[in-house]
Design a protein around this ligand. Structure first.
Ligand code: MRU
Length: 349
């Protein structure tokens, strides 16, 4: 499966993305070239999902730096650093953004003394490698996921961690998609995921398109479907994992984990190992993005659904306590508590 959500153009002068804000009603492609194009696309969630943001930002750095090819090495590297910092400021929570930007920037630094063209060549290779590796990681994560479920299981999902959010298969949805290819029948219950409806707009769309049985529920219906015995496991992606296993993911994820614990249902977090950030000791150290209040009060409604000017609080992510997580599944294996140890072993392996 070749990724279609984020594509570096043949001549390397732009990145073409599927505008995720237009799905599921329209499949529209956007061509991004300038630092502002990329910043806005990431900020406005036209490209979203932790791995996809990283892939897009890595390619962005290459595309933008190609315009600096007449510079001296020092000027090239300093401009590159400024662009990288600018793109990194577009969204704070997903560590994959910084990780990918650093990789592409470092690939240029490694060729100091060899000239700007050689640096650009290395950056091109690096940003393509980030995407290729993600394809392989999603497949490996999905294989591990399949060892945790059985045919016929009901799976509750939150937000969107499918191919659109990654490269192919996805992390949180990969098990369902790979399972479908292998003849498993799963019953997905997909939280709509207020306020921006990534579950309704994107997960329901991706699972439905793949022929997987999917039922859309409002976020506040998770408890009833769990109580009714419809859910055998919860699958979510994540944006950053702290050293102790606390994980940041889309707002509402921690509530699902609390409910799962109450009903004795396993709660699984899926992510590439690059999402683990040992610089964050616990979830307290993870910066939570706060977004425009208008997303709660007005966006997606024909008329405002709240009194004009009402005070809104709109954190885009929350942190799930590691004590609520049954396992964190990466491309390197399945990590269980105590996470301080299992995550380190996973990274070293
Ligand atoms: O604000 P978003 O839509 O970028 O949030 C995305 C999520 O929370 C995903 O679950 C996470 O990035 C993992 S994507 C594989």
């Amino acid at each position: 499966m070749k990724p279609e959500n984020v594509v570096l153009s043949e001549n390397g002068s732009s990145v073409i993305i599927i505008d995720q804000t237009k799905l599921p009603n329209k499949t529209e492609y956007l061509t991004l070239k300038t630092p502002e194009d990329f910043y806005d696309a990431i900020r406005e969630l036209k490209v979203r999902g932790a791995p996809a943001i990283g892939i897009c930002a890595g390619m962005a750095l290459f595309v933008i730096a190609s315009g600096f090819s007449g510079h001296s090495e020092e000027k090239f590297l300093s401009e590159l650093h400024n662009v990288s910092a600018f793109l990194n400021s577009s969204r704070p929570t997903a560590v994959n953004l910084k990780h990918a930007l650093d990789r592409v920037e470092n690939s240029a630094h490694a060729l100091r003394g060899k000239g700007v063209e050689a640096m650009l060549d290395a950056m091109h290779k690096e940003c393509i490698a980030i995407q290729d590796e993600d394809v392989a990681m999603c497949k490996a994560i999905s294989e591990y996921g399949l060892t945790l479920v059985k045919d016929g299981d009901g799976i509750l999902t939150h937000c969107n961690a499918g191919p659109l959010a990654t490269s192919s298969y996805g992390t949180g949805l990969g098990t369902l998609l790979l399972g479908k290819e292998r003849g498993y029948t799963f019953h997905a219950y997909t939280d709509e995921t207020r306020p921006l409806l990534q579950g309704a707009r994107l997960t329901a769309y991706e699972l439905n398109k793949a022929g997987i049985d999917v039922t859309l529920i409002c976020d506040n219906m998770a408890s009833i479907v769990m109580k009714q015995g419809k859910i055998n496991a919860c699958f979510v992606g994540c944006d950053r994992v702290a050293a102790n296993g606390d994980t940041a993911n889309k707002i509402g994820t921690s509530g699902v984990a609390v409910l799962a614990k109450h009903y004795g249902i396993p709660f699984y977090v899926f992510c590439p190992s690059s999402t683990i950030d040992f610089r964050c000791r616990t979830g307290e150290d993870i910066e939570i993005e706060e977004r425009d209040p208008e997303e709660i009060s007005t966006k997606f409604f024909k008329e405002p659904m709240a009194p004009q000017g009402i005070k809104c609080y709109n954190p885009a992510f929350d942190v799930t306590d590691s004590s609520l997580i049954s396992a964190i599944i990466t491309e390197k294996g399945i990590c269980r508590a105590p996470y301080e140890q299992s995550l380190r072993i996973c990274m070293e392996g």
